[in-house]
Write a new protein. Structure first.
Length: 520
């Protein structure tokens, strides 16, 4: 039997003591109490100010309904039976499509034995539906129903996932496509591609991996060499000999070490490389690829051997079009690209950057013999970029303006103890307002992501898109390479309490998070 908790009822309760009492049946954890920032009272998720901003968002009057049932499931990968968690009984969660201005009502029926939430990654939505446990809501307890209800403000390629501990490192994620009623691109159809690194139920669980990593990693072997994994597709061997720790995986593109964890599989829409997904098309058709990196620890280099991709969007926002041989996506990033279909069978490769593994899908125009993973190229060279190196389309570029507020976020920590943080502090989800970065409505905020570590970090900001530099891409997730600084800016136009964090699932869980806190 489930208990129904509607979002409006949920957020109508005080996020202070009244919330703790009223929600005791739904969770054992009290919601954060309203506190005072350096400049005034914090604008909490249930504030009338948040509701006011939601009421001013564009509305079509249309409601799109979705049902998500997180629960344990049994499935198979490459012939191996596994038990994991997913939405609606499958590794591939429901694709949610809606339009700008539509109201999305997503009912979550928690079939897990653990509490959960859903975060709507990249969407500038109302704060009380952001899905961050103990910050914007209490987690949804086992056996409880909860409905997220919010307007969709911007078109683009987005995704949703659990924001409780390491749940998204299982299969608790899916794609959210917000259609543009004034779509300027000309294409026949789109192909949503979700990439993921996978080990749950195969060589262990994400929680076991974190436990191993938390003991600390020796730096021996971390500065050179290659992964023991074969380029012939999925790993198959080697992961359990050293535990789950990956040593020797390097990427010049990412500035050094490529990742921390060895995975037996890399998935392309829930499929390993032994069972590639195939899109049937006609020669000359233009296909819009909507690529989402849902992985926990892996960047992917995506491209088509011998053919250019035209990049059109990153993280949902348009960019000045650029033809490339490949594009690298950090965890949490999205890229849209146009592909003109050639006659025959064309592989769309996703190389696990620096890890010596791959996954792929196929575009087929007729009958033929698809290539095996072992026959595919081991590299994608030429013009290779990431989304942070693109330029914003002038239609979405922020006007030049001096910042009203500057925050420096030093990314700190290291492999030795596997402790990660911001400005030397590990984030405590039970005390989210400690060391918060205050801001006020209407400010232009400049953020300097200063990487003081020897690892790259894909840094994500909730509830906003920032601009990289003065004229770079509009994004919500950006790669910050070792010992480098990436400066971004955004308009403080969405009041509430918003997380920022590394989208490496293990770095975030070990403390590389912070909170941007609107105050009065």
């Amino acid at each position: 039997m489930t208990t129904q908790v509607n979002r409006r009822t949920f957020v109508g309760l005080s996020v202070a003591a009244a919330a703790a009492a009223a929600l005791a049946a739904c969770s054992g954890n009290a919601a954060p109490t309203q506190s005072t920032g350096a400049a005034g009272q914090r604008i909490m998720p249930d504030s009338p100010v948040v509701a006011k901003y939601e009421s001013h968002r564009t509305s079509t009057g249309k409601t799109v309904n979705a049902q998500l049932i997180p629960a344990a499931l049994r499935t198979s990968l490459d012939g191996k039976e596994i038990t994991t968690w997913g939405y609606n009984g499958a590794l591939v969660a429901p694709l949610i499509r809606a339009g700008v201005g539509d109201l999305l009502e997503a009912k979550v029926t928690n079939g897990l034995t653990d509490a959960t939430t859903v975060h709507w990654h990249g969407v500038a939505l109302r704060n009380n539906d952001d899905g961050v446990q103990n910050v914007t809501q209490q987690p949804v307890a086992a056996g409880v129903d909860f409905t997220y209800s919010f307007k969709l403000p911007h078109p683009g390629t987005y995704w949703y996932h659990s924001h409780v501990e390491l749940q998204r490192a299982r299969a608790l994620y899916g794609a959210l496509i917000i259609e543009d009623p004034k779509e300027p691109l000309q294409y026949s159809r789109d192909w949503v591609i979700v990439l993921d690194d996978w080990l749950d139920g195969v060589t262990g669980t994400p929680d076991e991996v974190l436990q191993e990593l938390s003991k600390g990693m020796s730096m021996s072997g971390m500065s050179g060499g290659t992964s023991t994994s074969a380029m012939s597709g999925d790993m198959g061997q080697g992961g359990m000999d050293r535990g789950h720790m990956l040593t020797g995986a390097r990427s010049d593109f990412l500035g050094g070490d490529a990742g921390d964890v060895e995975f037996p599989f890399h998935l392309f829409n829930g499929r390993p490389s032994s069972q590639p997904e195939t899109l049937t098309a006609k020669p000359g058709e233009v296909i819009r690829l909507r690529i989402i990196n849902a992985a926990g620890d892996t960047a992917y280099r995506v491209g088509i051997p011998g053919q250019k991709l035209t990049l059109t969007h990153t993280d949902g926002f348009p960019v000045t079009h650029r033809d490339v041989d490949a594009v690298v996506l950090g965890m949490g990033e999205r890229i849209d690209a146009l592909l003109t279909v050639r006659d025959g069978i064309t592989p769309v490769l996703a190389l696990a950057e620096g890890k010596g593994q791959l996954t792929y899908g196929l575009v087929a125009t007729g009958i033929g013999t698809p290539p095996a993973a072992a026959d595919l190229p081991a590299q994608l060279d030429g013009v290779v970029v990431d989304g942070g190196q693109l330029k914003a389309d002038p239609s979405v570029s922020l006007p030049l303006k001096a910042p009203d507020r500057v925050h420096e976020l030093h990314l700190t920590g290291g492999m030795g103890t596997y402790d990660w943080g911001i400005n030397g502090k590990r984030f405590d989800m039970a005390k989210p307002f400690e060391n918060a970065f205050d801001l006020k409505i209407g400010e232009r905020v400049q953020v300097k992501f200063i990487n003081d570590t020897m690892m790259w970090h894909p840094m994500h900001l909730h509830g906003h898109t920032f601009q990289v530099g003065d004229d770079g891409a509009r994004k919500d997730t950006v790669i910050v390479r070792p010992m480098q600084t990436v400066t971004v800016q955004f308009e403080a136009d969405n009041p509430g309490q918003w997380l920022t964090h590394c989208h490496n699932a293990f770095h975030a869980e070990r403390g590389m998070m912070g909170l941007f806190s609107y105050t009065t």
